[in-house]
Ligand binder design. Structure first.
Ligand code: DLL
Length: 432
């Protein structure tokens, strides 16, 4: 199957990146007032970009720029050449709207087809798509990629559990695609209905939100699948499908012939030491409608500096570890939800689902309450001991005191979209 160019070598990749960077900078300078102003302010002209090293001199673009330029931020083509728009799934403020030319749509479908190839699908696979369609890039991204790849798309969208179960059985679905939250919801539903002997799902492709090892473990166990693949992407970068882990699961291979990924320290905005984690900053190499030059994703990851034995010529980045803007401050300590997740994942007897509630006592002192589910089948008798264990681990690993409430398995909300973990009730400071 021709989607992944296995014969590409490092030198060729660099050449493609330089050409793509030069094309992009020229394209946006000539066609977008926003970019032209930004480059002029920085004293940079397109012909100044002579090597890949010159990328670091280009100004950064942030999500505020997109909001200010609403409704067509970064637009670098005439309106008549825009064939579609998508918008981010954000819940507050103005949406981030991005525009696509026909070429953008085609490139995106081909890149997505690579993801299916990377996951080892064949044209005999039947792909049930359980992510939302519409303004969000998810549904149409999974579907166009599936059609380009040549497998059978079963386009349900989030639908309801009943319908998903029915189609999983009747269509003999082999691959299930969803958010991590939805995959958990479905895995529990299949278990509850005792459907495992009737379904043929071998692979799950999930993304759109960070998820823990505990959550993956639970999904894998309940759905009896061989592989869970992590797919990354964001609306600004076409949508889902910027890369996927291969069956060796060493990290996410990203399409470095279409994007340049930099990892910067989110405070100093300078490159981190090779292999360190930091904020992912992306530049597109052939995107026409809304190209990105050094766009701050606010997602935290690291580049994994090793060749993967699978033979794919594309570099690896780690799973998304969190977002720089997810961080909250509790009793003067900076905490990412992923740190809490990490601690919880290693305590026996609790499930994968949790919520963090930040409150303020009358004394003005902050309080953090972690609600976490007891593992399925565990008795309540052990709750006090479990809570003490979690409190001690949080104190030991994150150096803060908290309260812990152990709640029934299945009592915290499940969602088919992205799940919310942090509820900040301090000064009516909702939500994170
Ligand atoms: O969530 C695109 C997508 C849909 C990706 C379905 C994968 C599957 P947005 O709504 O623009 O687009 O949100 C993008 O979601 O910046 C990350 O913070 C988060 N995200 C996406 N994929 C992952 C992942 C879609 N695999 C934002 N792991 C990104 C962790 C992810 N976080």
């Amino acid at each position: 199957m021709p989607f992944i160019p296995y014969d590409l070598d490092e030198e060729q990749l660099k050449e493609i990146q330089l050409k793509g960077l030069q094309w992009t900078v020229r394209h946006v300078y000539d066609h977008s007032l926003f970019y032209r102003n930004k480059f002029d302010e920085a004293g940079i002209r397109p012909e100044d970009v002579r090597s890949l090293n010159d990328l670091q001199h280009l100004p950064l673009v942030d999500k505020d720029d997109l909001l200010q330029e609403y409704p067509f931020p970064l637009r670098s083509v005439a309106y008549k050449d825009i064939v579609r728009i998508h918008a981010s799934s954000g819940t507050t403020g103005k949406r981030k709207v991005l525009c696509y030319t026909q070429k953008d749509i085609d490139v995106w479908a081909s890149l997505f087809a690579r993801c299916y190839q990377m996951a080892g699908l064949t044209r005999h696979d039947r792909v049930q798509i359980a992510v939302g369609y519409g303004l969000w890039t998810a549904g149409v991204g999974f579907q166009a990629g599936c059609e380009r790849f040549g497998a059978m798309a079963i386009p349900l969208g989030p639908a309801n559990a009943e319908m998903h179960c029915e189609m999983l059985v009747d269509m003999e679905t082999t691959v299930f695609c969803s958010t991590a939250s939805m995959a958990l919801l479905m895995a529990e539903e299949i278990h509850k209905r005792n459907l495992l002997p009737k379904i043929k799902v071998k692979k799950i492709i999930l993304g759109a939100e960070r998820h823990s090892d505990a959550m993956r473990g639970r999904i894998k166990e309940l759905m009896g699948v061989e592989h869970i693949f992590d797919i990354y992407g964001l609306t600004e970068l076409y949508g889902p499908g910027t890369g996927l882990d291969c069956i060796l699961h060493n990290g996410i291979h990203y399409w470095a012939d279409h994007f340049i990924f930099e990892i910067l320290d989110p405070i100093s905005l300078t490159p981190v030491t090779q292999g360190e984690s930091g904020e992912l900053v992306v530049t597109t190499l052939c995107k026409e409608g809304s190209p990105l030059v050094r766009y701050r994703t606010h997602d935290v990851t690291r580049i994994i500096d090793q060749a993967c034995p699978c033979g794919a010529p594309f570099p690896l980045h780690d799973r998304i570890l969190g977002r720089t803007d997810d961080m909250f401050i509790y009793r003067a300590v900076n905490i990412y939800p992923s740190q809490i997740d990490h601690v919880l994942s290693r305590v026996n007897g609790i499930g994968s689902e949790f919520q963090i509630h930040l409150k303020q006592r009358e004394s003005g002192r902050d309080m953090m309450v972690i609600k976490v589910e007891r593992e399925a089948g565990e008795s309540q008798d052990n709750d006090v001991h479990l809570a003490e264990k979690v409190i001690a681990e949080i104190r030991h690993k994150i150096l803060v005191r908290c309260q812990v409430e152990i709640v029934d398995y299945g009592s915290l909300p499940r969602t088919e979209r992205k799940i919310r973990r942090v509820f900040d009730h301090r000064n009516n400071n909702l939500p994170i």
